[in-house]
Write a protein that binds this ligand. Structure first.
Ligand code: PFF
Length: 467
């Protein structure tokens, strides 16, 4: 079981990479709408419960299964499931193949959104958006509509296509450098800048006169909503999406951990970073500003949705403030960094599949995945449909399979026997009577998982998911 795959260069590197994947549009645009429309401040209660009983345990499970994959020189689920069933069950590979579907569905539309952000960062920095804002909010809506409907052209070519090509090539260049020199380095650059830009916006928003009214709108708790199952589902869905669970991402990233590298604490740190970006930055900027400056109410915010708020309302409200162009640029640059670190994370599992399962070289893998995603993106063209299936249902289904496998298969096998069998590397320290699941999870972790948390991981989390 010689491990000849690439590894992360540092602990900080893998934490930032997982946090980079998690911090995305979900934090800054999806979360505020979900919170504001599902009980305001009261939403935090089901959100925290889902975070503790679903998000954190499932993240640990994915990190653990990912490292298990890494022991066997794989980074995606088809071959890993095959190995988990000790190569005895033919169907395991097919079941594992389901894990590859969410990244395929999501990347077909995500590249476009990422390219819209880059274009709007460019329009902000060059003053174009300020000119549009000066003509009123309707013009802003028209401008965005024309852009995404490919009606804005230079020399007969839609600008949206040009920006799509730029972001597509940028993603692939980062990925062609591999895990350490590409993904890790990109996250080490983008993540600190993203967090600083986010905090700049938070400070600007909090120093606006009258912002208390906007914050109250967003955060006023409506406890009566907590009796509605819809609110609890929304909170669980948000936790799932924002932590990048069920998307094959953490699984893949964790496969590049070395045995004897921390997993329990690293996972918690990445989750906490994501939670901070979500509640503090996402919870402060968008809705309070839309309410205060654009005079929107919650229903309107919900109707505008993620894209309306991000690409029309936000540039408009920033544009009405002093140094509006700078604020717009900060907003879109922050979103772009959030976008690129998420996009590369969803493409890497597909590259890993080509490299590890199909035994392609990195160059051939990047070329193959580029070709497929390029054609797929242009052919798909519909964000809503793909998001609905890939970003909502499939991820929960995949997450459920992982939790059940962890609990029912690895959680019941004796680690010592697994080691003798070659399923666990010889260097993993196995305590007497330990099972394979927790021997893998605790392997090299600075923080050994406290025993009282085991039932949550083994039972509460899978049952929560099935429900
Ligand atoms: N956790 C990400 C977010 O909150 O935006 C979800 C995500 C979406 C990750 C798309 C990766 C991706 F390509």
């Amino acid at each position: 079981m010689a491990n000849n795959r690439e590894n992360w260069g540092s602990k900080l590197g893998v934490i930032l990479a997982v946090a980079g994947s998690a911090v995305g549009l979900g934090n800054f645009l999806r979360f505020p709408v979900q919170a504001a429309t599902n009980g305001g401040g009261a939403f935090i209660i089901p959100y925290l419960i889902a975070f503790v009983f679903l998000g954190i345990p499932l993240a640990w499970i994915e990190w653990t299964l990912g490292r298990y994959a890494g022991y066997h020189n794989y980074g995606t689920s088809p071959s890993t499931y095959h190995v988990i069933f000790q190569k005895k069950k033919k169907w395991a590979k097919y079941l594992g193949s389901l894990g590859l579907l969410p990244p395929i569905f999501i990347i077909f539309y995500y590249g476009f959104i990422q390219s819209w952000i880059l274009a709007f960062a460019f329009y902000s920095a060059t003053g174009t958006l300020m000119d549009v804002v000066a003509q009123g909010p309707e013009k802003m809506t028209e401008f965005f509509g024309n852009y995404i409907m490919l009606k804005t052209c230079v020399g007969g070519i839609p600008v949206a296509i040009i920006f799509f090509l730029i972001t597509f090539i940028a993603n692939m260049i980062v990925l062609s450098f591999g895990v350490r020199k590409g993904i890790e380095r990109a996250n080490k650059i983008c993540m600190p800048i993203l967090l600083i830009l986010g905090l700049v916006l938070v400070v600007r928003v909090l120093t606006l006169p009258g912002i208390g009214k906007g914050l109250a709108f967003m955060w006023n708790p409506d406890f009566s909503q907590l009796t509605s199952p819809k609110v609890w589902m929304a909170a669980a869905g948000q936790v799932f999406f924002t932590m990048s669970l069920g998307m094959a991402i953490i699984f893949c990233y964790a496969s590049y951990l070395k045995p004897k590298e921390d997993l329990v604490l690293s996972s918690l740190t990445a989750s906490a970073t994501n939670g901070f970006a979500e509640v503090i930055i996402g919870g402060t900027v968008v809705i309070p500003m839309a309410v205060l400056i654009a005079g929107a109410n919650i229903e309107e915010c919900a109707k505008l949705g993620t894209f309306g708020l991000g690409f029309q309302t936000m540039p408009y409200v920033f544009g009405t403030l002093p140094f509006g162009g700078v604020l717009q640029t900060v907003w879109f640059t922050m979103l772009f960094f959030a976008g690129i670190t998420s996009a590369i994370s969803i493409i890497q599992p597909l590259i890993s599949f080509c490299e590890d399962d199909l035994k392609f070289t990195r160059k051939k893998s990047v070329t193959t995945v580029s070709t497929i995603t390029f054609i797929g993106s242009l052919a798909a063209g519909t964000v809503d449909e793909l998001d609905f299936w890939g970003g909502t249902y499939l991820i929960v289904f995949v997450g459920m399979i992982q939790a059940v496998l962890f609990s029912l298969v690895l959680g019941r096998r004796n680690a010592k026997k697994a080691q003798e069998n070659g399923d666990l590397p010889a260097e993993v320290v196995v305590e007497p009577g330990e099972n394979e699941a927790f021997a893998t999870m605790n392997d090299g972790s600075l923080l050994k998982l406290p025993r009282f948390l085991r039932p949550i991981i083994l039972y509460v989390c899978p049952i929560y998911l099935i429900v």
